[in-house]
Design a protein around this ligand. Sequence first.
Ligand SMILES: Cc1cc2nc3c(=O)[nH]c(=O)nc-3n(C[C@H](O)[C@H](O)[C@H](O)COP(=O)(O)OP(=O)(O)OC[C@H]3O[C@@H](n4cnc5c(N)ncnc54)[C@H](O)[C@@H]3O)c2cc1C
Length: 392
Amino acid sequence: MGLVLARLLARRGIRACLIAPIESGPNTGFRPIALSEPSFALCESLAPIDAATATPIKTVHVSQRNAPGRTLMHATEHGLTALGRVIELADLSRQLAAGIDTCAPQVQHLSGVVTDWHAEASSVRVSWEGVDGTASEVTVRLLVLADGGKSVAREHDTAPVGARRTTPSTAVRDFGQAAIVCAIRSERGHRGVAWERFTADGPIALLPHGEQHALVWTLPAGKAASLVGTDDARFIAALTEAFGTDLGRFESPGERQTQPITSRRSSAGGHRVLRIGNAAQTLHPVAGQGLNLGLRDALVLALQAASDPLADPGSARFIAHYERSRQFDRRVTLGLTDALALVFRFGTGTGAGPGATLPARVRGIALELLDRCPPARRFLARRMMLGARAIP
Ligand SMILES: Cc1cc2nc3c(=O)[nH]c(=O)nc-3n(C[C@H](O)[C@H](O)[C@H](O)COP(=O)(O)OP(=O)(O)OC[C@H]3O[C@@H](n4cnc5c(N)ncnc54)[C@H](O)[C@@H]3O)c2cc1C
């Protein structure tokens, strides 16, 4: 997110210092990201994105395993060629990083990691360590933490001497779940469809990714840990049992990894410190909104900084204004994502058809109604693409 913010600021002629180990990439393993079409357009406006790395989502199919009801959302009903694109996080980061040095002198890129910071009355002294291990310092007016939340473990009081001291807090919801993530093929192929299927254990997303699907399979953490290391045949059998046979046989699963799932909202950064992206909030991946929300964090910050280039961006006024303006989108997106993750787990049975539980039938009716009500579907699709801005 730091890269995106630096590029957005450079475009508006605002100087920034980017401290990031961008050569080593995001270090998250295989992480397929469903970027909404507006988010993809924003990234494409910042750096050229090779179309071969970003697979269009033409249709979204939402359904439940062993229960009736489904909703289809098509890009064409919104006058779009795609509802979004699936791109691997490492590919996106690499392409956004390419040519960052051409953003000089607006962007000064320091290759390394932030190790500490000390807020003073009118500046922040940031300590950082270069890739060669050299320790240095840089002084800025505002420190924007875009480190994916890694700083949370070492949250410290950033108030200057003499100022009112605040205790940063973090609200964490642990779903007891993990996601198994890998590339996989299917007999029928994806045909541009992103599948979201709710099961008794958690949602299964099968996203179009090149010629393959990108699988994000949310499971109770213990089950995920035992499944991730099984052989291909057992893994395919378990996935087929969980997802069903709509895509025919699954084949050739790629290297599998588990990624922990939490939902977290951090407090504001403190004196002369702001958080954006996952440093501010981490979302359950069920709705594929984390990066989309983080991009909106970066965009709004750049727009506000540009609206008054002479204002001090580290001032309490600037920070309070920014936090206020992000509150609604962040709360609504986090709240709806948590609700989606919880509602679809409640009373999800394993019996098919008549064996479906009452909550599963009620959800099935809701999915059917949504499918038959184009305005409601359009509203939902707009919200997924634009965030809380789409709420009148
Ligand atoms: C399984 C899974 C699937 C997901 N699918 C989607 C999806 O479909 N759509 C979607 O929108 N979101 C999705 N997300 C969420 C998305 O991955 C995150 O919201 C997004 O990656 C957050 O970006 P970020 O830049 O804030 O943090 P990160 O991606 O964590 O990046 C943090 C960066 O900071 C750097 N860094 C760390 N520490 C320091 C330091 N001390 N100094 C300098 N740099 C540092 C790291 O090297 C890294 O490059 C998914 C998440 C998971 C777990």
